[in-house]
Design a protein around this ligand. Sequence first.
Ligand SMILES: Nc1ncnc2c1ncn2[C@@H]1O[C@H](COP(=O)(O)OP(=O)(O)OP(=O)(O)O)[C@@H](O)[C@H]1O
Length: 733
Amino acid sequence: MTGTDEYEHANVNEHAERADGDAYTDDDEYDETPTIPARTAFRRFWPLTKGLRGWLVAVWVCTVLSALAETEAILLFSDLTDHALRQGSLSAFWDPAVKWLGIAVVGAIVAYAGNSLAAWITERFVMRLREHVFDHVQQLPPHFFQRHRQGDLLSRLTGDVEAIETMVVSGLVGAASAAFSALFYAAAAFWLRWDLAAATFVLAPLFWLAARRFSGSIKDVSREGRVADGAITSVVEESLGNIVLTQAYDRRDAERRRLHEEANAWFRASVRSTRLNEAYEQLVQVIETVCVLAVIGIGAWEISTGRMTLGQLLAFAAFLGYLYPPVRGLAQLGLTVNAATAGAERLIEILDVRPAVGDPVRSPDTPLGRPDGAVEVRDLSFRYPGTDKPALAGLSFSVRPGELVIITGPSGAGKSTVSKMLLRFYDPDSGTVLLDGTPIRDFPLARLREYVTLLPQETLLLHDTVRANIACGRPGASDRAIVEAARAADAHDFVMKLPDGYDTEVDPNSARLSGGQLQRLAIARAILRDAPVLVLDEPTTGLDAMAARRVVRPLRRLMTGRTTIMITHDLNLAPDADRILVVDQGRIVETGRHEELLARGGAYARLHRSQNNALMDTGELRLPLFTEPAATAPAGGPVGYAGAEAYPGWAPQSQSHAHATPHAFEYTGDPADAGAHQLPHQLPRHLPGRFPDGRALFRDELHEGVQDGFQGTYQDGFHEGFHDGTHPYGHGG
Ligand SMILES: Nc1ncnc2c1ncn2[C@@H]1O[C@H](COP(=O)(O)OP(=O)(O)OP(=O)(O)O)[C@@H](O)[C@H]1O
């Protein structure tokens, strides 16, 4: 029994088993957390105790032994009173005293072992539960996070998780020990004087009535407390995240008021909760006093008639003294469990939100290898959960391997939704996305996202070193590969200027890096990932003209040789695209090349005009992405790159229908000496090569002027490298 075993199979997501198969969505229920009975909540989390249950039994055994030891000690006390104390005999003292001491020592050891074990089980359970909920939350669709306050989610993952522990583990252990103790003390009391014990137990239901009276209110107030706790965390989190707005607009008072309001709710719930618990405690004290007085009264009468000794009465009173705490504990436990149910409800609410997508149920008939990158979107329609308006309505397009397709259109047209479909953040309501002819639903999610890389609008950073931030593109990448990727992304120079170079810690709010630098780190990460399909969501948005200019070259290196779908408002890159799709209201309204669309004078021409009036000149962005064939290529061969086969070992790979030019050159010679063959320098720049092992080679021109290349300083040349950051044969140039 290791504690971690088996539990992975525990099914806490009970909704998966629901007979009616209802898919919970979080649309309507999140506003008001559903009320769940304690028993249902307990059953829901019980599976997480798998592998810990043996230890729970061990704790119970310790509890039983410890209760037995206490019982025996009380009986010895009665013996001492009647024989040693009343008769004043020292010789009658030693025997029971030694026994008592022995029992006390054994009892202490057992109690220590039991309590330590209980703490271990408790913390293990909390850890599992937190990981389980965290894991689940990480699979939830993007709109879940847009709609829910992060602070509240944090509070659910911390406070509510701990609350559930008091219900499942501590609750169970507490209930068992209280029940065993109560049973032993009651049995001992009956054994001493059954009639006296029976008279006392007549009053026991009073405890139960008192607990019942309070439990509902305590659950309500706990729920209010948990909600207020989430709200406080949210306000603090949001306020700190918006500190610039707060300071720039002097919103300190407004933020303080917001915190005060939430803190007030917490304050009221907290005070009410303490008052209720205290009232319950005091009521129970009074009930106990009534019981004790009843025993002393009956006892006095019994002693006066000679039917009872003083030692027996004292032992009896001691049993009652021991008996009440567990009885009270049992009733109190009901209250604690009820309070914990409020936390459980909040976690179950999250656990019931289903991930929008999952891995394919059965593996495809043919194994899915690395695709070439042909993307086909067929008749895609999609509505975000909880909305009436479709975000996509019958959208279709296809992209051949290596092509660049730009998706543009007005705000809210559905462009980013297309990127979410390509990465399968959501499945469409109808239609399909195919990658190399295979529906993307048939790819395991992890595999799909390895083949289709997203460069999102906002640059996402881990709170870690620069090295780790690049390496997360391909976990396990060598340092050399990381540095090469950073070089290809034009990030190496600025990284080296950071205080600790690649070991400099950065974080999402780091002021250390500019927007353009962050974007270049993201490009390095994507280069390292080396996926055949790239989805770029507004890669230059938010950057000023200079910064945008600096990311163009690394972006080109990234895009070369990959299928690229670029979502952008920025039409400066449009002349380079093999095809432009203009999207509006979830449909494609125009498609064609830049010049054709401009000549047509339709939606695209209007968009282009409005942008040109609005945008600053971004100069270099207008450079064509793929330069025209080099004049030096020998003539007389296939269309576009005539005579390319004249270069030993290399042949043109595929051709764009738009340009009738190859997208790449493929090494067709002996794989054994692939590394020894450079792409012939006469071949046009920007065209990638591919080696038989599938690794793509990029080639591009260097900056004008002097720049650090792979192995030295270059001037007006070009260099080559593998997209995975390794370098085949030194450098070109
Ligand atoms: N999480 C969401 N929940 C509900 N509706 C959404 C959600 N995200 C987007 N939408 C809606 O879907 C439609 C398409 O949104 P999308 O983000 O794809 O547009 P876009 O073309 O990328 O816009 P922009 O250029 O402003 O980024 C819009 O009407 C938008 O309001």
